[in-house]
Every structure is written in C-alpha cells, then in structure tokens.
Design a protein around this ligand. Structure first.
Ligand code: GLN
Length: 459
C-alpha cells in the first residue's frame, strides 16, 4: 500500500509541492471515500482546517483515538455512555500536537473504554483492517491503526493499557509505540486502568514515531504521574548502528503449538537479522509468563471498576429515559443501558476483586505478582538493552471468529508485561503471512530508554 510519511509530508510542504489546504482535502477525500468500509473514524472535525499555529507539524492532519478529550469536539470513548459528551478541554498530548501546528482531522473509533483486542467492542460498530476487510484491525486503538494503515491520515494517537497500540500496529503493518509510563501526560485521556494507561503513537516509519514522541512527551502539572525529564530529541539521535547491542529473547519452546508458525518464523528471521547486524543475542526463559495476564486482568478490571463509577448519569454519562423505581434502580438503568457487555463484565470482575473478603486474595495478590515481575525485568534490563519477542501469537483474526473472552485475552500475553512494569515497547512491521496479513515484532526496553528501541527498529 502506498503511503506518505510525516517526514515526506514535511518536505513536500516545505518545498511547496503541496499546500496545507490541498493536503487537508486529500485526506478528507480519502476519509469520505473509505471510512464507510473501515469505520475508522467516529467523528470528523470539520472546523479543523482553521488551525493557525506554526511548528514542526504545520498543516499536517492527524487522527486521535476517541479516548482523548478534545475541546468542543465530541469524545465518546466508543461508548453509548458518552455518545453526546463534548469536553470543555483538550488532552495535553493532543494539545502538544496542535501547538506544533497539527490539524486533528477526526476522532478514531476504539473498543469501548479501551477494553478489547479486536475493535469489535465499540458502540459505534466494528473497525476493519485495511489489509483485508474480513479481518479485525486489533484493539483497542482499532480506528487509529486502521486510519493510518488505510491512508486516511499519516499518523495517529492511540492509548495502550495492555497492548492496545502494539497489537493493532502488528495487525495493520504500522510502527506502534507505547512510551514509558510517565513519559507522556495522561491528562485528558479517559481513564481505563490508571496505573497502566499510556498514550501511544501509530506511524508508518520509525523516524515519524520518534518525531511524535519528541512532541508529545514531557512533564505536565496536570498529571501527577508525568515525569520531569530533559527533552530527549529522539528523532535527531536516531542511530542505526546497533553493533554489539545486548539483546535478550525468550525461549518460546513451550508455546510452539499456540503460536502461528508464520509468526514464529518471522520472529526467528528477525533474530537472524539482529545477529547479522552484530548484536549479542542471549536466550532465557520468560519470567512469570503464565502470571502476566492474570495480574494484568485483575489489576486492570479493578482499576476500571473504580474509574468507570463516575458514569452514573448524574456527574457524567447517559441517563435512561425510563422512570426508575428508586435510586438503586436509577443507577442500574443508566449503567446497564449505556455500557456494552465487555465493559459490564469487567466492572463486575473488578468490583469483585476489590470487595471486602476478596481484596487480599485477588487485587492485593496481583499487585504482589506485579512487583515480582517488575523486579525480574529490572534485573534483566541491568544486563540487556532490548528484549525482543513476537507481539502476539497470530496475525489479525477473522472478524467473524467467535472467541471466548479467555481466548481473546490470550492475544495480550506478550504485550501486558511492559505495561505492568511501566517500560516502553514498540511493535515493528516485519513481514507478511501467505494470506498477505502483516506480522510485527515487539521490542521492549528499560524505562525511559525509548532511544534503544527506536535505534534497533530504525537499523
Ligand atoms: N486488550 C487489552 C484489554 O482488553 C488491552 C487494552 C488496552 O491496552 N487498552 O484490556
């Protein structure tokens, strides 16, 4: 598929080969033609072209997941609960793009409240994969990935709580970056699981990913977990010489019947290439592999049950037209009618995990396991600069595949680790299956060393 990278566009604009208006119309035209097939955008921003700011992204249209608040532009989180919500402010990450002159052309579809791996859980309908419309685009940042892969915008923002940027990037042949927890402000990003959520970036190239990371990262007084760090200049520092880099990969022997052979083959080819580039490769057992998903789903659903309590029809959200019998019934009607099945399921699970009597057994245990995982990875990162693995076990599944929730959750088994430990990770387009579906590779690095990952991906 043909595409334009941000750096191509910057060049064309600078050399006046194209005007910002022509560029905007080009993408708007693509959206008008293709969005009915892909369902990548929920809302378009028709006032967008009025942006006046000048900067690194002057005149460049970008997509933003509908989980980021945008002042005066409807922000739904993919839910009926927020179908008509118009935020009074803009999320910091989005504001930083706008301050560099970017034009937010529309809000991208996503699994409701970022819960899902398929793009099938949105109140606004299923998102499709531009590589094959019968296959899913991944989730939860499904629209952000589908829009960039389908050429409806040159780059986009998503969010990643357990893999929601990397999984769709892998399914759609994009570079998908989840930065270190604290690197990018979460202010204005509708919360799913606050200790795991992080903004992420979809681009066609590694250089573009570094450019957007430079722009959106930085301390924000409105997010107490954002970290004060010097501006990193990732793009300028990109270095393709990765000779002697110490790279760790995990033994996947026990998983061979779970992993699609073509995905395994791509992974082995990637190891071969890294060796040829002069990297030092070491193999180890994946620490706590069987516990990562359990810890992730217990913690994320617990935090979600608390975060989503604000959608009660009074402070926020949908209010049922039905006459309630009493106050309990009022809440039950509003919440039952507005949340989809997956969201309700997760609120039940999280409420259970946090309830008196079960807290110690589930939520607290999961936090202890999370600490053990963190210690194990800190230990590995004291020796190795990068950990390489598959992003997921398979290429993009068929949309009509009926899976049990537990099967779907297995898609996240390799991605949740970097969220649990707050480390950066990237999904890099690598090859294609016989069916012409994309296959990516996951690169994970120590917290705040995104440069390591970007350099290996760039090489
Ligand atoms: N698929 C995972 C989940 O459903 C991850 C979601 C995400 O990263 N937002 O929770």
């Amino acid at each position: 598929m043909d595409f334009l990278s941000l750096t191509d566009i910057q060049k064309n604009l600078k050399e006046k080969k194209i005007t910002p208006k022509e560029l905007f119309d080009f993408y708007l035209n693509k959206i008008t033609k293709q969005n009915k097939n892909l369902n990548a955008f929920i809302s378009l921003n028709d006032k967008a072209f009025e942006s006046k700011k000048k900067g690194l992204l002057s005149g460049i249209p970008l997509g933003v997941k509908d989980l980021f608040c945008t002042q005066d532009i409807r922000t739904t989180a993919g839910s009926k609960a927020l179908e008509n919500y118009i935020p009074p402010y803009t999320a910091t990450a989005v504001k930083k793009l706008e301050d560099e002159g970017a034009i937010i052309i529309g809000k991208c579809n996503n699994d409701e409240f970022a819960m899902g791996s398929t793009g099938k859980n949105s109140y606004f309908g299923t998102v499709k994969n531009p590589w094959n419309l019968k296959h899913c685009a991944g989730g939860s940042s499904s629209g952000s990935a589908s829009a960039v892969a389908g050429g409806l915008c040159p780059a986009s923002l998503g969010t990643d709580t357990g893999g929601s940027v990397r999984l769709p990037a892998h399914y759609c042949n994009l570079v998908g970056l989840k930065p270190t927890y604290g690197r990018v402000s979460r202010y204005g990003m509708i919360a799913y699981a606050s200790s795991l959520d992080q903004a992420g970036i979809f681009t066609h190239t590694v250089e573009d990913s570094a450019l957007l990371l430079d722009i959106i990262s930085g301390f924000d007084p409105w997010d107490s977990t954002s970290v004060k760090k010097e501006p990193p200049y990732f793009q300028k520092k990109l270095n393709p010489n990765i000779k002697n880099k110490k790279i760790l990969f995990f033994d996947l022997e026990n998983l061979t019947d779970q992993i699609q052979p073509e995905v395994l083959k791509a992974f082995q080819n990637c190891l071969k290439i890294l060796k040829e580039k002069g990297c030092q490769l070491v193999e180890k057992k994946w620490p706590f592999l069987q516990y990562g998903l359990s810890a992730y789903y217990l913690i994320s659903t617990s935090e979600a049950s608390s975060n989503l309590s604000r959608y009660d029809g009074i402070r926020y959200g949908y209010k049922s037209p039905k006459e309630p019998k009493d106050i309990q019934d009022f809440y039950a009607l509003n919440r039952t009618e507005s949340f989809g099945k997956e969201v309700r399921q997760r609120i039940f699970m999280g409420t259970f995990c946090l309830s008196a009597g079960y807290y110690e057994e589930y939520f607290h245990k999961a936090c202890q396991v999370r600490n053990l995982i963190k210690q194990a990875f800190d230990d590995l990162f004291s020796t190795y600069e990068i950990i390489v693995s598959p992003v997921a076990s398979s290429t993009a599944p068929l949309l009509n595949l009926e899976e049990k929730p537990l099967q779907t959750y297995l898609n996240d088994q390799f991605t949740v680790f970097s969220n649990l430990i707050g480390a950066p990770a990237l999904s890099l387009p690598f090859s294609f299956s016989k069916e012409n579906l994309p296959i990516g590779i996951q690169l994970m690095g120590p917290p705040f060393l995104e440069q390591n990952i970007l350099d290996v991906a760039f090489s």
